[in-house]
Design a protein around this ligand. Structure first.
Ligand code: NAD
Length: 364
């Protein structure tokens, strides 16, 4: 869709069927019914080691429909971790999976779905948005591969704000900004459309408002619900569009340089947006409305910093000597972006994010 406000409407929009149940307590009260709707009688519950208690309560609620719990999820789905989960699903004769956790647990559930074709139910405990997409990721020999496949899109998503009460504030903030990044890039994506833009603007408004409240009162269930609602909208934007420079940068910084996922999104987003701002006026207008500001990159950086998030790539462990290598890697790959991506331009962006300079429109 064109970024000019005067342009005639011209877009394609495709959405995949996904059922969403959203209510406090739903992990335990609604997951068994969701499994039954899909005709599942032997589900494998998948989680990470830190999320095992919550996953076990979901497994208990599933009763005889639960064939086992596999607590093997790890960040970025290493191939051997996926192999073990597939084996576990085969060993218990699973007819489906329920992933309980953040993007890592859901990512592992997707890897099992990709390899076995088993249907997946997602019960998210962070704001990553992975549950709303058909995007899978696998890490092998130090490189992360991603792809899209309809078989990995969760058939049903159970949003239970109660599960996020224990998500520490720093993780809540960075995970929430990770969600914002999906909405931001959906606004200037080549396959943007009016409905996606509405979801993106509302997602940004809901998430930023909620995160301020969560930071003040992490136990505020209503604020947690608003944040999860924002995550749903932002995740749906990610599922419906093709991401640009920002996601590519974070993919390279995480995959090649080992930087942490949500924190990297949080530091980079204001700079990527500053780089693209002049080429994406409609996106900037929507974000200005949602954030009530006339300087969106500055406001985003201020917002995350005020809530205690990291502000520089240096803080996340990137070395100054890695900047040119990262810029070159990002610039050589092709992906849609409203502004031309050059190694020189990306190096300017990364240097500013490394040092923590004020993000400036133009990005260099
Ligand atoms: P994560 O799932 O790794 O979770 C981060 C940490 O928080 C973990 O230690 C986890 O145990 C803990 N945690 C999760 N929920 C918790 C809770 N409620 N209370 C306390 N601790 C909790 O991190 P993430 O940011 O959710 O996901 C990142 C991964 O997801 C990355 O691999 C990323 O590539 C992937 N991802 C994929 C998509 C997609 O569409 N495929 C979208 C976004 C992210």
């Amino acid at each position: 869709m064109s970024n000019s406000p005067e342009s005639p409407l011209d877009f394609s929009y495709e959405t995949r069927p996904a059922r969403v149940v959203f209510r406090p307590g739903a992990a335990v009260s609604a997951t068994p019914a969701e499994a039954a709707r899909l005709g599942l009688h032997r589900v494998l519950v998948i989680c990470g080691s830190r999320g095992e208690d919550v996953a076990r309560s979901v497994a208990d609620a599933l009763g005889d429909s639960c064939a086992g719990v596999h607590a093997g999820a790890r960040m970025h789905v290493p191939a051997e971790v996926a192999d073990r989960a597939v084996e576990a699903a085969r060993e218990v004769g699973a007819d489906g999976c329920v992933a309980v956790g953040g993007g890592s647990a859901i990512g592992l559930g997707k890897a099992v779905a990709l390899r076995t074709g088993l249907p997946l139910i997602a019960v998210p405990t962070t704001y990553s948005g992975s549950e709303m997409t058909s995007v899978w990721g696998l890490t092998e020999h130090g490189a992360k591969r991603t792809g899209r496949d309809p078989s990995v899109q969760p058939r049903s998503v159970v949003y239970d704000p109660g599960l996020t009460l224990a998500l520490p504030v720093p993780l809540s903030v960075t995970s929430g900004v990770n969600a914002l990044a999906h909405a931001v890039e959906a606004l200037y994506a080549p396959d943007a459309s009016p409905l996606v833009s509405l979801m993106a603007e509302e997602g940004v408004r809901a998430m930023t408002g909620a995160l301020r409240r969560v930071a003040e009162a992490p136990g505020d269930l209503e604020a947690r619900g608003r944040a999860l609602y924002g995550a749903w909208l932002c995740g749906a934007c990610l599922g419906a569009t093709t991401m640009g420079l920002h996601h590519k940068l974070c993919h390279v910084l995480g995959g090649t340089f080992g930087l942490p996922h949500a924190e990297t999104h949080t530091v980079v987003l204001p700079y990527a947006l500053a780089y693209n701002a002049a080429a994406a006026p409609q996106a900037i207008a929507a974000l200005s409305r949602a954030l009530d500001t006339d300087d969106v990159p500055h406001a985003l950086r201020q917002f995350a910093g005020d809530l205690g998030a990291p502000r520089t790539l240096a803080e996340l462990g990137l070395k100054e000597s890695d900047l040119s290598r990262a810029a070159a890697e990002v610039a050589t790959e092709s992906y849609p972006n409203p502004r031309e991506v050059t190694a020189h331009g990306v190096l300017g962006l990364l240097t500013a994010a490394y040092e923590g300079w004020e993000p400036r429109a133009g990005g260099e």
